[in-house]
Design a binder for this molecule. Sequence first.
Ligand code: AMP
Ligand code: MG
Length: 397
Amino acid sequence: MLEYEVALANILAQMPAAKPELIPVRHAHRRILAAPVLAPIPLPPFDNSSMDGYAVRAADTLPENSELRITGRVDTGKSPETSVEPGCCARIFTGAALPPGADAVIMQEDTRLDPEKPGSIRIVEGVKPWENVRFRGEDIAAGAPAGLHGVEISLGHLNLFAALGISQVSVARQPTLGILATGSELRESDENLSAGGIFESNRAGLTALFQAAGAVPQAFPLVKDTLADTQAALEAAFDQNDLVVTSGGVSVGELDFVKSAFQAMGGEMEFWKIAMRPGKPFVFGRWREKFLFGLPGNPVSAFVTALLLVRPALRRWQGAIATSLPPSCGILAETLDNPGTRRHFVRVTLDETEMVRPAGTQASHILSSLAAANGLVDVPPAGSLAAGSVVRVIRWE
Ligand code: AMP
Ligand code: MG
């Protein structure tokens, strides 16, 4: 059986190169950059004041209590019309361009207007050269990278791109993803639960998870456990999508048709079974330039394999450098034991005090503990993680 990391590396290595598309920056949050974004202008674009006050020659403000004549004024949004001569100053506002001759700005609060000498200020506290001046290009130089290829566009990037006057960015196209749920026992929520039936419960969470990872998921109608139904559903899903995820039908029973139906339509199996719990009977296959992720049907197994194997693939399909969730850590409140031979991804809650606790019963059909959990802790086979130790939590909520 494959180790999780080997399986994941195999999947990531097979993802095709990202396909770029140009979109408005205002729609680009969380999309993956398909090319570096270079600053077309320096930021700030010109030397300017960081305070409301007076543009001065710093040397004129020492010794303190000297007086300066106000000989000009620079409003924001205007270019300075006069230069600051020795013994003079210019009224200036936050963000206004530093006038020629000035090498500092003195805060308004560090000056006094003398009613007996209108048109002059008295210095209460002097300034050093370049104090309260924001330099052209100190934030980002013209031509410097404002966003790197393969990086997810953050809220901060949106501000930076806007400040640079960039209105469109090249991002990776989002993969379309067909989601199939197989199982003759499955019912839609508006159907009656006849004997032996259960409500289908995988597609909803998977759809939301894949959407959050940047894919465009499409849930298909339920698939009965026959070879013909499964093959027809797979063909329809592959026809309309870049990638296909199935749940159920990948075990060893006579009613498990996903592998045989996929092969019957010409798909190639890359691997089946990973040494992990939950999630062992996971299938990865290729059909032309498209890929099948066959998840086990048990709801927790489907969710965990989607999180740990499909989500990274969706990120890499979009060219993302970082394919795993950002790491979170916490302190184990109780020891986690794994007597089994496969590593166990245990459902846990990581709370606001950074304590990590098992979220409840861990069997792969138990949904109440999945609902209570916000993360997984990877417990090694035939091993344990001791209470009080710091552990990494794979956190999705
Ligand atoms: P399978 O992987 O098809 O053998 O299914 C394993 C278990 O998961 C069985 O108890 C199924 O009834 C259940 N199951 C499979 N698919 C779903 C689904 N989409 N929603 C809820 N339960 C499912
Ligand atoms: Mg089944």
